[in-house]
Design a protein around this ligand. Structure first.
Ligand code: COA
Ligand code: AMP
Length: 630
């Protein structure tokens, strides 16, 4: 079936469509129906009984594919490649699950995972899934404080960590960061299992910390524990408008069905194929398409530790695609921009045989047409932008390569996937005509695999996503749909920015800046960055009578954001201003300042309290190099 038939099929009978899709999954007890109108936004396959780890690993071994490659770990940081078959993976995961079970971790307990891109991170997630524990993976680029916030919200019984991560030119000691987070957090887990990497050995706390390798070797393997379809599989924290992250909940059965559908239909990945997704297990892309999706399909997943450039050069992606015979490759546009900057003529691409590669997928931020054209010209395969969010867990809009490629329209992530009914609304919630910019909303219910609520925060879930446009899920993105149904995503409608494909909260950064003793008031805006898409920029108003040198204050706030939120915030630039522009009701005009910084045409907002402040902002931004030349 082609895309248009598939989408029409879903529109005609969503219940039958998803019941049919659910047949790709092994159930202990099949669901009696697909959609359950319960909870704030509905749930999927709630009365089915199922286990994720069984579907991702054990069933392939049972079907006689134990010798098939499940995981290829390629570390450009250490130069090592490690391979695990499905049978080997099953053994490791069953043992690690045994370690957790022996220490009292059971169905419904939370387990926090803080690990770099090594196979043990995937094993950690699968071990939780095996016993019905709810994992929450925290990206390694976050600082100890962010980890502490998540520990206190998720209240994990156990933590799984590695001694360190490897970044270019530095070892990031994860275990001391975890210890620091545990000191700060009010909640204390009973157990920490620590994988000691040879690059740096962590000091262990007696009575709490277990050596991973030893514990796994000594463990008794355990079987999969069957859970209800609506049992939470994981919590993944993502940035909202405040410093308190949102705990996106993913329920087991919807997750399985959505991934089992999307891996073949969107990415054209089937059993035995090799899928390379260059992201991180700490992000939703890593959850869905490095860890769960490819294994559910019985394919091989590549776990890549390294950077697109500098480890050792801009040819690393192409070497991996060639060495491991990758069929579909998925990364963020920023990574391709970095490669292009270092190798503008694609000379390194020509060194490798990319004969197996069938498509490049981009997501995480808007794929600019220039980057798409460059990649198309050099890779000679379709380059597919697709749009989704941590909340949805899989693509809202895509070009489904596995169901027959549609014409690519550069600047658009193409068309809605089945289950997603995209509407563009004006402020009052009325649908706008094709081609008109508005807030993008999805008609409820959302499809399987999307969030049913936020962890411990149902009210926040309703307020953030459901209340503004009754009957719809508010995506937080603005854009339009053209006459042919292609979607264009143009901007966020909230204070979230996107730096190198990483979603960050300017509100969280403002909370850090405001805690500096010299700062009276502040704003953080996202400004255009040619490599990372956007970069954060801080504007500070100082308290009266402050005598500290401005340069020192600026250095201190940069350091504070790095220490508090983490290097991933990439907060490098701030400037001091006398006043911030505000509306007459006192709202800071962040979008107006961002337009000035980007050199965009800008109308002075009618609601502004004092238009003269905009000239002061212009001068301050020029002082730190904005708008950028070219
Ligand atoms: N653990 C610890 N620190 C990390 C980290 C991790 N897992 N990941 C990133 N960091 C650090 C980096 O070392 C960097 O620190 P620095 O300020 O000391 O240089 C900082 O966080 C910013 O990281 P990032 O924004 O990823 O930039 P980078 O300099 O590491 O890489 C590019 C630059 C161009 C290669 C980058 O744009 C890129 O490709 N990033 C990955 C994109 C991606 O996979 N996004 C996921 C969505 S699909
Ligand atoms: P995250 O939850 O980290 O995956 O970030 C989701 C947000 O990233 C979306 O709401 C968009 O703002 C942005 N985003 C992701 N993919 C795309 C895309 N293909 N085009 C435009 N914006 C995107």
């Amino acid at each position: 079936m082609t895309y248009h038939d598939i989408y029409a099929d879903w529109q005609h009978n969503p219940e039958a469509f998803w019941m049919n899709a659910s047949q790709a999954i092994d159930w202990t007890r099949p669901p009696s129906r697909a959609f359950f109108d319960q909870g704030p936004a509905g749930e999927w396959f709630a009365d089915g009984m199922v286990n994720t780890c069984w579907n991702a690993i054990d069933r392939h071994v049972q079907a006689g594919h134990g010798d098939r490659m499940a995981v290829i770990h390629d570390s450009a940081m250490t130069g090592q490649v490690q391979r695990l078959t499905y049978a080997q993976l099953q053994d490791q995961v069953a043992r690690l699950a045994g370690v957790l079970a022996a220490h009292g971790v059971t169905k419904g307990d939370r387990v926090l995972i803080y690990m770099p891109m090594i196979p043990e991170a995937l094993q950690a997630m699968m071990a939780c899934a095996r016993i019905g524990a709810i994992h929450s993976v925290v990206f390694g680029g976050f600082a100890a404080h962010e980890l502490a916030v998540r520990i206190d919200d998720a209240r994990p019984k156990a933590m799984l960590a590695a001694s360190c991560g490897l970044e270019p030119n530095r070892v990031v000691p994860y275990k001391p960061l975890m210890d620091q987070a545990l000191d700060e957090a009010t909640h204390k887990p009973d157990l920490c299992v620590v994988f000691q990497r040879s690059d740096c050995k962590a000091a262990m706390t007696a009575g709490r910390d277990l050596d991973w390798t030893q514990a796994v070797a000594d463990a008794t393997p355990v079987d999969c524990v069957t859970v209800e379809g609506n049992h939470p599989a994981y919590i993944l924290y993502t940035s909202g408008t405040t410093g308190q992250p949102k705990g996106v909940v993913r329920q087991t059965a919807g997750h399985l069905v959505a991934l089992a559908w999307s891996v073949p239909h969107i990415y054209d990945i089937h059993a035995g194929d090799v899928f390379f997704v260059a992201s991180d297990v700490g992000w939703v892309v890593g959850h869905s398409y490095i860890v769960y999706g490819p294994l559910i399909a019985g394919a091989t997943t590549v776990i890549f530790e390294g950077k697109p450039v500098g480890t050792p050069d801009a040819g690393t992606f192409w070497r991996i695609i060639s060495d491991h015979r990758v069929k579909s490759f998925f990364t963020a546009p920023t990574a391709i921009r970095a490669v292009r900057r270092d190798d503008p003529d694609g000379t390194l691409i020509e060194k490798y045989d990319l004969g197996n590669l069938k498509a490049l997928f981009l997501a995480g931020e808007r794929a600019d047409p220039d980057t798409i054209t460059w990649a198309e010209n050099h890779l000679k395969v379709p380059v597919i932008d697709h749009w989704w969010q941590t909340e949805t867990g899989w693509a809202i809009a895509a070009n489904p390569v596995g169901a027959g490629l549609l014409p690519v329209r550069k600047g658009s992530p193409s068309v809605p996937m089945p289950g997603y009914d995209i509407h563009v609304l004006d402020e009052a919630g009325h649908q706008v005509p094709a081609g008109t910019l508005g807030a993008i909303a999805l008609k409820l219910p959302l499809p399987p695999g999307t969030l049913p609520t936020l962890w411990n925060a149902e009210d926040r879930f309703r307020k953030a996503y459901l209340d503004h446009f009754p009957g719809y899920y508010e995506t937080g993105d603005a854009g339009y749909v053209d006459d042919d149904g292609y979607v264009f995503i143009m901007a966020r409608t909230d204070d979230v920015i996107n730096v190198a494909g990483h979603r960050l909260s300017t509100g969280a950064m403002e909370e850090v800046l405001a805690s500096h003793p010299a700062v009276a008031e502040c704003a953080v805006i996202g400004v255009v960055d040619t490599l990372k898409g956007q970069a954060p920029l801080g504007l500070l108003c100082l308290k009266k009578g402050v005598t500290t040198a401005p340069d020192q204050i600026l250095t201190e706030v940069v350091r504070m954001v790095r220490d508090h939120i983490g290097p991933v915030a990439a907060f490098k630039t701030a400037c001091i201003v006398d006043r911030l522009p505000k509306t007459r009701s006192g709202k800071i005009l962040r979008a107006t300042m961002a337009k000035i910084a980007d050199g965009e045409e800008m109308k002075t907002p009618a609601t502004i309290d004092d238009p003269a402040i905009l000239d002061e902002i212009r001068i301050a931004l020029a002082g730190v190099g904005y708008p950028c030349e070219g």
